[in-house]
Ligand binder design. Structure first.
Ligand SMILES: NC(=O)c1ccc[n+]([C@@H]2O[C@H](COP(=O)([O-])OP(=O)(O)OC[C@H]3O[C@@H](n4cnc5c(N)ncnc54)[C@H](O)[C@@H]3O)[C@@H](O)[C@H]2O)c1
Ligand SMILES: [Zn+2]
Length: 396
């Protein structure tokens, strides 16, 4: 791959945790070299954690590249889907690391979407009290969001992501070519999170994202169902523009993370890492009332952003035309599953049991304008406003 095609984003954490994200079409080819550069000089073994679907698509290339760089590379495949992001899977993965003789100076490579990334990162965080890992995200959501920032987790019966650790990767390798095989709904979900990042922190990023979506090309828009299994036939120009956009998204997420690495509870200003939860209060409730079956997470965030936008307008924080821009961007991301048949009261009940509450209150991330968020304590918003906002958003 041509070096000029690679975007490099530096995540400026403490000297010990500083790392780079390499982004570009074909970036996978650089994995071996990146691993050599970013891991300990004593690293000999690398354990790739992935799932069957992703490994069938690109596992052979990854293994070849790591071996060519001199690593003894092995792999372990977990089940596909959110329900496999569990303590049981983590235990099995840890067992695999032990049996493979992975030592403290060795590393894990997470190859897949956010589910694989979160699980593999968690395993790397606790194995021998923490070993190095490299993220190789292969979904849009993982490339712009979950692989950046060092949050790792598994789900339990009590809820999603409640058991986890902050553990920064040594490097992130984002190959935008991998998105060609991504199912359309996964693209829509990823684009919703991309819109979110612009909406809460940068009008420029929001506009750049919206413009790309408005082009209506194969990676920006859900492909028709009968083309589901064919790789998206994206033009070279589209791939290059997309890599630039993904790099801008990663840079944004990295900036927020660096400013508030551990999402401090006290911090409530517009630079808190918590602004990234925009749309998530409602999204979690929607996912919960539909038992995680109807929506991809990012799709639920699409509705959640509209609801939070409606609340912002009703509180007089946000102008109606700004909400219109947000609505237009979300619709460009792709069609969301129907939501106007859901029981409002059940959603409101689910809201009040949000696990991210602080001192008993839901913390709403609202908008003052596109590019600027504000955190508002739920106690300050009347239930009537929440209900009517929800209704307006779900009717969309
Ligand atoms: N750590 C964080 O900061 C953070 C942030 C946001 C989300 N998350 C977590 O991320 C997870 C969701 O991640 P996701 O949306 O990537 O879902 P996912 O990992 O389930 O991937 C979606 C689907 O796409 C498949 N897939 C992956 N790459 C592919 C490719 N290149 N081609 C074809 N198919 C491919 C997967 O096998 C899966 O079936 C959730 O568990 C969420 O909690 C974490
Ligand atoms: Zn999210």
């Amino acid at each position: 791959m041509l070096e000029s095609k690679v975007h490099r984003v530096r995540v400026r954490l403490s000297a010990r945790d500083d790392y780079h994200i390499e982004i570009g079409p074909g970036a996978l080819e650089t994995l071996g070299a990146v691993a050599r550069r970013s891991l300990s000089p004593y690293a000999r073994r690398v354990a790739v954690i992935s799932n069957r679907k992703v490994f069938n698509l690109m596992g052979a290339r990854v293994m070849k590249d790591l071996r060519a760089a001199g690593f003894a590379a092995t792999y372990w495949l977990m089940g596909d889907g959110e329900r496999h992001k569990s303590l049981l899977t983590a235990e099995r993965a840890l067992d695999f690391l032990t049996k493979s003789g992975i030592e403290r100076s060795d590393a894990v490579v997470a190859l897949g979407g956010g589910v694989v990334g979160d699980l593999a990162g968690f395993v790397a965080a606790v194995y021998l009290r923490g070993i190095a890992y490299i993220q190789v995200p292969t979904t849009l959501l993982a490339q712009i969001d979950s692989s950046v920032g060092g949050k790792t987790a598994v789900n339990t019966d009590a809820g999603k992501n409640l058991i986890g650790a902050f553990h920064q990767p040594r490097a992130v390798v984002v190959d935008t070519e991998t998105l060609r095989t991504l199912p359309p709904r996964e693209l829509t979900a990823g684009w919703c999170e991309a819109i979110k990042q612009g909406a809460v922190g940068s009008r420029r990023l929001f506009e750049e994202t919206r413009r790309f979506l408005a082009r209506g090309t194969s990676l920006s828009r859900a492909r028709s169902r009968n083309k589901l299994l064919e790789p998206a036939a994206a033009s070279a120009d589209e791939v290059v523009t997309m890599a630039k956009l993904i790099a801008a998204q990663c840079a944004f997420k990295a900036k927020i993370v660096v400013g508030d690495e551990r999402e401090s509870v006290e911090r409530l200003n517009h630079r808190s890492r918590r602004i990234l939860n925009f749309g998530h209060t409602i999204a979690h409730a929607l996912e919960s009332v539909t038992r995680y079956k109807r929506f991809r997470h990012g799709e639920a965030v699409g509705y959640g952003m509209l609801a939070a936008g409606e609340i912002s307008v009703r509180l007089g924080l946000l102008g109606a035309s700004e909400l219109e821009s947000l609505r237009a961007a979300v619709s460009l991301a792709g069609r969301l599953p129907r939501a106007n048949d859901l029981d409002e009261s059940a959603i409101l009940t689910a809201l009040s049991s949000d696990k991210k509450a602080v001192s008993g209150h839901v913390q709403w991330v609202l908008l003052e304008r596109i590019g600027r968020a504000r955190i508002v304590n739920g106690g300050e918003i009347s239930p009537r406003i929440v209900r009517s906002s929800l209704r307006a958003a779900l009717a969309a």
